[in-house]
Design a protein around this ligand. Structure first.
Ligand code: XUL
Ligand code: MN
Length: 381
C-alpha cells in the first residue's frame, strides 16, 4: 500500500494566502486566526510542501518600511532554505484596497492604474529577491457590472499597455528568464472580469509586444465557474506552451469561487487533469489555490493541506494504473488507429467515397471506456 507521503520532488506548492485564509466570506466574519506568513512557510515545508506562491503583500504589508521589507524577504528566504523550498510565483494584491474598487489596470482613474502598476513592479522585485521566475497576474477587479460605464475596447487596451509596461520593466532591469502569466477567471468579485477564460487570455497574449514571455496560470475552479472543462483548458494551454502555472482545487460548476480542497468535487475531471500534466511531463509546480472550509479550525487547515496532496498522489497512482490497464489500453489502441494518418492532397481527397455503412460500423467503445475509468477511480479495478 502506497504511503502517499508528499516528497519535495512532487513539487507541491500552496499560495501563502490559502493557509492565511481566516474563513471570512461576504456574509460572515473570520472563523479562525490568521497565521503569520513566515510560519506558513515553515509549517508547509515540514509537511513535504516544496513551493510557495504569494502576493507580495501577503508577506510584506504595503505600509512596511524599507528595512522591514528587507527583513521579511531575508527571513522568508531563510525559512525556505531551511525547508528546501522555492518561491514559485509572486503576484500583487491589486484588489483588496478600496482604491481598486473599479479595477486596477482598467480603473478609469489613471493614477489608480499607475498605482496598480507600481504594485506589480514591486511584486516583480520581491519575486526576484525570493528567487521566483514568475509574476502571476490575477487582476481581481478588472471588470465591470455596469456596461454603460466602461468600454471593453478601452479596457483591453489598458490591459495590453499594462502587460507591455511590466515586460519592459523586466527587460530594463535585466531580470532574465522572469515571465508574466495571466490567471483568467470569469466573475467574482466583479459581475464580469476581463479575460474570463483561457481562450480570451490567449487572444490577448498574442497581441503583446513579447507574447513569448507571457503565459497562463490555469485554475480548475475558474474554468468550472465558466462551465468549462478544466481538462480541455489545461490541454489548450499546454499545446501552445503557455501553461506557466496551474492551480489545483475543486469547484461545483457555475457558482461563486469555492476554492475547495483538491478532489472534493469533480473527481473524474481532476483525474484527467492530473493525467494530462503527468503524461506530458509538464514541469511546473503542482500548486494548490484552495482553502479549508469555513467550518474548519486551525488544526483542520493542516488536514486540508495533506488532503490536497494525498488526493493528488492517489490520482497520480490511478493514472499509472490507467496507463497500464490492458483492457483500457487495448481500447485506446483501437480508437487511435489511424490517428497520425496525414491528409492526402486535395485532388485525392475529393475522390474518397462516402461509405456511410463502413464508417458508422467503427466501434468507439465509449461506454466501456468510461465505465472502466469510473471503476478504476472507485477502486474496484
Ligand atoms: C482568485 C485567485 C487568486 C490568484 C492569485 O480567485 O485564484 O488567489 O490565484 O492572485
Ligand atoms: Mn488562483
Amino acid at each position: 500500500m502506497a504511503s502517499y507521503q508528499p516528497q519535495k520532488s512532487d513539487k507541491f506548492a500552496f499560495g501563502l494566502w490559502t493557509i492565511m485564509n481566516t474563513g471570512r466570506d461576504p456574509f460572515g466574519e473570520a472563523t479562525r486566526e490568521r497565521i503569520d506568513p513566515l510560519d506558513v512557510i515553515t509549517e508547509l515545508g515540514k509537511r513535504g510542501v516544496w513551493g510557495i506562491e504569494m502576493h507580495a503583500e501577503d508577506l510584506i504589508p504595503p505600509t512596511a518600511t524599507a528595512a522591514e521589507r528587507d527583513r521579511l524577504i531575508k527571513e522568508a528566504n531563510k525559512r525556505m532554505a531551511d525547508q528546501g523550498m522555492a518561491c514559485v510565483n509572486c503576484g500583487a494584491n491589486v484588489f483588496a484596497h478600496p482604491v481598486y474598487k473599479d479595477g486596477a489596470l482598467t480603473s478609469h482613474d489613471p493614477k489608480v492604474r499607475q498605482l496598480a502598476l507600481q504594485r506589480y513592479l514591486n511584486s516583480i522585485d520581491v519575486g526576484v529577491a525570493l528567487g521566483s521566475k514568475l509574476c502571476d497576474l490575477w487582476w481581481g477587479r478588472d471588470g465591470a457590472e455596469v456596461d454603460a460605464a466602461k468600454e471593453p475596447l478601452e479596457a483591453i487596451k489598458w490591459l495590453r499597455e499594462g502587460l507591455n509596461y511590466l515586460q519592459s520593466y523586466i527587460d530594463k532591469q535585466g531580470y532574465t528568464g522572469y515571465r508574466l502569466a495571466i490567471e483568467p477567471k470569469p466573475n467574482e468579485p466583479r459581475g464580469d472580469i476581463y479575460m474570463p477564460t483561457v481562450g480570451h487570455a490567449l487572444g490577448l497574449i498574442a497581441t503583446l509586444n513579447k507574447p513569448e514571455n507571457c503565459g497562463l496560470v490555469v485554475e480548475i475552479a475558474h474554468s468550472r465557474m465558466a462551465g468549462l472543462n478544466t481538462y480541455h483548458d489545461v490541454a489548450q494551454a499546454i499545446e501552445v506552451g503557455k501553461l506557466f502555472g496551474c492551480h489545483f482545487n475543486a469547484q461545483k460548476p457555475l457558482r461563486y469561487d469555492q476554492d475547495q480542497r483538491f478532489g472534493s468535487e469533480d473527481l473524474k475531471e481532476s483525474f484527467f487533469v492530473v493525467k494530462l500534466v503527468e503524461d506530458t511531463g509538464w514541469q511546473g509546480a503542482r500548486s494548490f489555490d484552495a482553502h479549508a472550509f469555513r467550518s474548519s479550525d486551525r488544526e483542520e487547515v493542516w488536514d486540508f493541506v495533506s488532503g490536497c496532496m494525498r488526493t493528488y498522489l492517489i490520482l497520480k497512482e490511478k493514472v499509472q494504473k490507467f496507463n497500464k490497464d490492458p483492457e483500457i489500453q487495448a481500447i485506446l489502441k483501437e480508437l487511435r488507429s489511424g490517428a497520425g494518418e496525414p491528409l492526402p492532397p486535395h485532388d485525392q481527397l475529393k475522390k474518397i467515397a462516402f461509405d456511410a455503412d463502413q464508417l458508422a460500423r467503427r466501434r468507439l467503445h465509449h461506454e466501456r471506456l468510461d465505465q472502466l475509468t469510473q471503476e478504476l477511480l472507485l477502486g474496484v479495478r
